[in-house]
Design a protein around this ligand. Sequence first.
Ligand code: APR
Length: 175
Amino acid sequence: MWEWSKITIVKGDITKQKADVIVNAANVSLLGGGGVDGAIHKAAGAELLKECKKFHGCPTGEARVTKGYNLNAKYIVHTPGPIWRGGFFDEQNLLRKSYINSLKKAIELKAKSIAFPSISTGGHKFPLDMASEIALATISEVLSKEENEIENVYIVCKSEDTFDQYEKSKKKMAG
Ligand code: APR
């Protein structure tokens, strides 16, 4: 049974979060980078990159699963969110796909908890207010429709303004 109380907005570092699945805002190379991608690779250790190389990249909006290595997670789900280019290149739908496909992988893995960063709102420049509403709407849609064992969804925000925006969007959507 879905309820909004299953989603918790967290202020902090996702590499310190405990969850069955931790989601990485990757890029299409899947070879690491900056931001949360860089932090996850640094915290997980060098073995993560070795496993990522096997995928030979990942298209925007799709998701690939690796082990969690040194993170407090059984698995990491890597998804490249869209790069914002004004909203004329289907970016909103591609961001939705990143959340849908990450959740589908977590459901397949019988995860009870999943932690997301704010996908695409850093280096990929997606407008934060729009991205937060797409994230929350998609998470609630998928978890109320699909059979799943997910009890907790964490959205881990590194910055105060991201945290405040997600809290605001959650209040607006949850009523
Ligand atoms: N924990 C939680 N959130 C984090 C962390 C962290 N350790 N580090 C960064 N963030 C936040 C950023 O502040 C931003 O709010 O994650 C959000 C997404 O920002 P990015 O990490 O830049 O991701 P994105 O916008 O999806 O761009 C991805 O940037 O870092 C490169 O390799 C990455 O090419 C890819 C692109």
